[in-house]
Design a protein around this ligand. Structure first.
Ligand code: BES
Ligand code: MN
Ligand code: ZN
Length: 492
């Protein structure tokens, strides 16, 4: 689906099918489009969630969608509105080649124009995402929603800044969908090697990106003992993905993104029960999130020096697998007692954090589907943010609203370090049952390079799409990350 931004006057003739969002009670708009009476007959008043397919007396088919109160419109509301329009029955059965989405009336005081324009682009690209790679063509109609060839978003006037913002929205959403395609393939298709290949292929699209894929030998040479420990039970070799982009001044300290790249997490010998294991091919959600963020930022020509690091393996059982009670030393030189083989994410991240030290990053942001405890604490629509720096934390939090994310800062209480004290090693990899998201973050903190501002996002709750979510297929991978972090990078 080609998504474009158009000036309303010129675009009207280019599409047979129109979508018209209407604020609650906006009779003037309904009159202007000559659909006031039919709207009334359908009981359409512009309330949020309402939709009505009507025909103007000119014969023009128009899908009216309720935008709710003018005082409550948000960027997220815009994305939802568009996604719902695309999947609406009237559009699905009419199957128009071109659709005109009339956003001209959507400007409201509650939403800055730049956020509106970005969300208009994101909603269309994300809302039309489907994953049909493994389905026989045409057999399952429901699984193959129709998407028009062109989706034209119309404003009264299109300024240069609007074009720029619209393009930024398209870019962030495009890389989100790129990530979703990887996320939705399990270990049988996306191993650590394949994940690295996908990153390398993406990197090759850009001149300024340097990509290094470290294999087992190099990982051994670097003494990444914690990534290797998790990998011991796997029949697949580990990979460490390293990407560099120099958009900033030479010599400027880089910003480092790190993502947990577990292509499958069985739990290891602390084996997960079947129900909890089922979705664990999406345990690479953090890796996908930072990779998509990195490529979006590069495409947006962010003026920063960026580094993206992804430690990747699966976590399995087998004759060589690590077990609880083992002790390993990672790249940082800190010894770790394995308390639980299912607390593997923090192990691979620890080696990546320690590795990051050599680049002397000003900021490090890591993202991981790290703990079930984060989901227990905040629910399955939110992510937990931890940081050793208020400015960094607030800088990220500020973009949660336009990105449509629920993000909540959690504490790094020193006291809980007692929970991860080991009798035999410097630290152990799991605490007791309580405050599990915090002890996981405290574990990571031990490996953070001293002078770096650091933020950790535990996104376990946003690994998979909840039923009823409007702009991604339920049960599949979310693609959390780029909408939030590419915004942050751009405005940092
Ligand atoms: N990948 C899981 C966390 C997870 C759980 C992500 C549910 C998404 C949904 C992680 O590796 C894990 O298993 N964490 C353990 C830690 C515990 C053993 C200390 C957990 O949360 O139970
Ligand atoms: Mn685990
Ligand atoms: Zn895991």
């Amino acid at each position: 689906m080609l998504v474009s931004l158009e000036a309303l006057a010129g675009a009207k003739g280019k599409a047979k099918f129109w979508v018209l969002p209407v604020f609650e009670g906006d009779q003037i708009l309904l009159r202007k489009y000559d659909v006031e009476k039919t709207a009334k007959a359908w009981g359409f008043s512009g309330k949020k969630g309402q939709a009505a397919a009507v025909t103007a007396s000119s014969g023009q088919p128009i899908l009216l969608v309720g935008a709710g109160s003018r005082k409550e419109l948000s960027a997220e509301g815009v994305r939802v509105l568009i996604a719902k329009s695309i999947t609406h029955g009237a559009l699905q059965s009419a199957q128009p080649a071109n659709v005109l989405f009339i956003a001209a009336g959507l400007q409201a005081e509650t939403i800055p124009t730049e956020h509106l324009v970005e969300a208009l682009a994101e909603g269309a690209v994300l809302g039309s995402y489907t994953f049909n790679r493994f389905k026989a063509k045409g057999t399952e109609k429901d699984a193959l929603p129709f998407t028009p060839a062109r989706w034209m978003v119309a404003l009264d006037k299109v300024r240069a800044l609007d074009r720029q913002r619209f393009a930024a929205g398209l870019t962030m959403a495009k890389w989100t969908n790129w990530g979703r395609d990887l996320l939705n393939q399990s270990q049988s298709h996306i191993t650590a090697t394949r994940l690295a290949e996908a990153a390398r292929r993406a990197a090759a699209q850009f001149r300024g990106v340097r990509c290094a894929i470290l294999g087992r030998r190099e990982i051994e040479k670097l003494k990444m003992g914690l990534l290797l420990a998790v990998n011991q039970g796997s029949s697949e070799p580990p990979r460490f993905i390293e990407l560099h982009y120099s958009g900033g001044r030479k010599g400027d300290a880089p910003i480092c993104l790190i993502g947990k790249g577990l292509t499958y997490d069985t739990g290891g010998y602390n084996l997960k029960p079947g129900d909890s294991m089922k979705d664990m091919h999406m345990d690479k959600g953090g890796a996908i999130g930072v990779l998509a963020t990195f490529f979006a930022a590069v495409e947006l020509k962010v003026k920063k020096n960026l580094i993206c690091l992804v430690p990747s393996t699966d976590n399995r059982i087998g004759g060589n697998a690590f077990v609880a009670g083992d002790v390993f030393v990672g790249l940082g030189g800190i010894s770790v007692e394995i308390d639980n083989t299912d607390a593997e994410g923090r192990l691979v991240l620890a080696d990546a954090l320690a590795y990051a030290a050599r680049f002397k990053p000003s900021h490090i942001v890591d993202m991981a589907t790290l703990t079930g405890a984060a989901v227990v604490a905040l629910g399955d629509e939110a992510s937990a943010l931890f940081s050793n720096d208020d400015a960094l934390a607030n800088g990220i939090l500020q973009h949660a609203e336009p990105a449509g994310e629920l993000l909540w800062r959690m504490p790094l209480w020193d006291k809980y370090n007692d929970k991860i004290k080991s009798n035999v090693a410097d630290i152990k990899n799991a605490g007791d049952r309580w405050g599990g998201a915090i002890t996981a973050a405290l574990f990571l903190k031990r490996f953070v390079p001293e002078k770096s501002r650091w933020a950790h996002i535990d996104m376990a709750g946003k690994m998979k799409v909840r039923p009823g979510f409007p702009y991604a297929p339920a049960g599949l991978g979310h693609g959390f990350g780029p909408l939030l972090l590419a915004r942050w990078l751009r405005e940092l």
